[in-house]
Ligand binder design. Structure first.
Ligand SMILES: Cc1cc2nc3c(=O)[nH]c(=O)nc-3n(C[C@H](O)[C@H](O)[C@H](O)COP(=O)(O)O)c2cc1C
Length: 352
């Protein structure tokens, strides 16, 4: 049994608490896949800040054929670096599709190109994706999920991990046990559970407490996901889900050093946290929102997108967002960002 700790329905008292904290030192933090948000550059920036053990790419859509190599490199430029981010964090390609064989073929290709395992998406709520029977809609049909995961597991060499990313169900969680049973019996090595149904969307809360009953006695590593915005959420999620390993999505965008803070907390290390001035520095100097291949508006729209997440953690982002909301060009947006910047001294890596 790897990194899944079965402290189900247990109180954090006495010996158990001590034991859990000991195991906690081995906790893994995974950067969630987020289409259109967590791309190569965002992965680079967030893993530079530290704390993550694994990143999962945005989903690569698989329909029928084997995809050309360039598609994998587009979603995962880290393949040029043996599948690692600049900071050395391994990256795993996520596939989304409904047909077992093409998924298996493309999984093998992803691994051959250097992906650190392969992840299968069973959680995407997008209508276009679900209409073509991919993503969360597959949660309605655990048998089909089994067929897909089994085909991928059989095709990929056993030394590479096959993981699945699921929600608790589609309309409700009545099939959550069947879903987990399918994932486990198909031979997946790990499963990330976004503790909500498709119908719940991204609305709080995440039902972490629904994880322990369905994973009880299962031989699979489980990563709990959903609504982790602060260190306290991470600790509560561990306690309620019984999982040591966590996946961070929007929390990592609103709070770019959240992973580092969580790790510092569990390791009892001192870490001050990123001041707003440092975040602003990254907004300005990182290459994250700059892509010469994209049009003029790209920088403005990506900066607004990130500020939208940062607003939750840093009140200063609200003022900044309001000032740039109508601006469209890189020059105009940069001028406002620089007006607020105090250019602190940084010793970390950055993309200036
Ligand atoms: C904008 C956006 C894009 C997402 N894209 C993906 C994706 O490509 N693959 C996937 O499995 N999950 C995707 N998710 C779901 C996240 O990985 C994660 O499960 C979800 O946001 C819950 O975690 P959080 O509360 O920490 O954000 C996406 C979520 C958002 C908000």
């Amino acid at each position: 049994m790897s990194n899944n700790y079965r402290f189900i329905n247990m109180q954090f008292t006495g010996k158990l608490s001590t034991l859990f904290l000991k195991y906690n030192r081995f906790m893994k933090l995974v950067l969630a896949p987020m289409e259109g948000v967590v791309d190569f550059k965002m992965r680079q920036l967030l893993t530079d800040l530290g704390g993550f053990d694994l990143c999962v790419t945005e989903f690569v859509r698989v329909v029928q054929a084997r995809l050309p190599e360039k598609v994998f490199y587009r979603y995962c430029p880290e393949l040029n670096n043996n599948g690692y981010t600049r900071a050395g964090t391994p990256v795993r390609i996520q596939l989304l599709g409904q047909e077992a064989n093409p998924l298996a073929e493309n999984a093998v290709r992803a691994i051959d190109l250097g992906s650190h395992g392969v992840d299968l998406n069973f959680g995407c709520p997008a209508k276009t994706v679900n209409r073509s029977r991919g993503g969360a809609v597959l949660l309605k049909d655990p048998e089909h999920m089994y067929t897909i995961i089994k085909a991928v597991r059989d095709a990929v060499d056993s030394k590479h991990e096959v993981s699945a990313k699921i929600r608790l169900g589609f309309d409700d969680d009545s099939k959550s046990q069947e879903i987990i049973d399918a994932v486990v019996s198909a031979g997946a090595n790990s499963v990330a559970i976004h503790a909500r149904t498709k119908r719940d969307g991204y609305n709080p809360p995440a039902y972490w407490e629904k994880i322990p009953p369905i994973i009880k006695g299962k031989n699979i590593a489980v990563v709990a996901n959903g609504e982790i915005w602060q260190v306290e959420d991470a600790m509560l999620c561990q306690k309620r889900s019984g999982c040591s390993d966590l996946m961070l999505g929007r929390g990592a965008l609103s709070h770019p050093d959240l992973a580092k803070k969580i790790k510092a907390h569990v390791n009892n290390e001192h870490y001050e946290g990123l001041e707003w001035e440092h975040v602003l520095y990254h907004l300005i100097h990182s290459a994250i929102h700059h892509d010469p291949a994209k049009d003029e508006k790209y920088f403005a729209s990506r900066t607004k997108q990130w500020l939208g997440y940062l607003k939750r953690q840093y009140p200063q982002a609200i003022t900044l967002f309001d000032e740039i909301r109508r601006l469209k060009t890189k020059e105009d947006v940069s001028a406002v960002l620089k007006k607020y910047a105090k250019a602190p001294q940084l010793d970390s890596n950055h993309d200036s």
